[in-house]
Design a binder for this molecule. Structure first.
Ligand code: SF4
Length: 193
């Protein structure tokens, strides 16, 4: 699928990207994290969450006892929108089949939706992050966990304690098996693509 995404021209974001960013991490994982879209650094480096927001995400994962390299991380759309605008509905729709195929292949125990864009795209409902963050939702046999996007914590430090608390809830979900789905070993760190 990586080659397909890297060569994809299904929406206008192909025209302005440096490269598509399919996602990174092991296929055999309990946790998939889905953000909004690649930013400038991600577009340049070809990996999701490598800028300042990504560094905060990595730190919060590690503080909660989750090693970033055991998580598959991707975005709702695989190409950077110009000027970091939000991806338009038709762009999200065009890219959605890739995300579904990734989730079908991985079958994670929990899918963390970081930010309103992935949450609204996948849950197909209006999301108020102030009340929905830290909550688990089950849909079509999958368990989703809604979280603030780490960029929100960079802009508003007051959100960081809530974000850290949510990360610990996520760790408990992974540990306690309260989410449903096949048990997955985190030992196999073979790369996804
Ligand atoms: S955002 Fe998705 S659908 Fe659009 S060109 Fe990139 S990979 Fe293709």
């Amino acid at each position: 699928m990586q080659k397909e995404i890297l060569g994809c021209t299904k929406c206008r974001l192909a025209e302005s990207r440096t490269q598509a960013v399919p996602g990174v991490g092991p296929q055999n994982t309990q946790l998939v994290i889905i953000g909004e879209a690649p930013g400038r650094q991600e577009d340049l480096q070809g990996e999701p969450f490598v800028g300042a927001a990504g560094q905060l995400l990595t730190k919060m994962l590690e503080n909660a006892g989750i090693k970033r390299e055991t998580v598959f991380i991707t975005n709702t759309v695989k190409c950077r929108p110009p000027e970091n605008r939000q991806p338009f509905a038709d762009e999200r729709e065009a890219c959605y089949p890739y995300l579904l195929r990734q989730l079908d292949l991985i079958q994670p125990k929990v899918i963390a939706l970081v930010g309103r864009v992935p949450a609204e795209t996948i849950l197909e409902t209006t999301i108020r992050m102030g009340t929905m963050h830290g909550k688990t939702m089950e849909r079509l046999g999958r368990t989703y966990f809604v979280m603030f996007h780490p960029a929100a914590g960079l802009y508003n430090q007051n959100l960081v304690p809530d974000m850290e608390a949510d990360m610990h809830v996520l760790k408990r979900l992974l540990d306690e098996g309260t989410a449903f789905g096949p048990e997955k070993s985190q030992q196999d760190l073979s790369r996804f693509f």
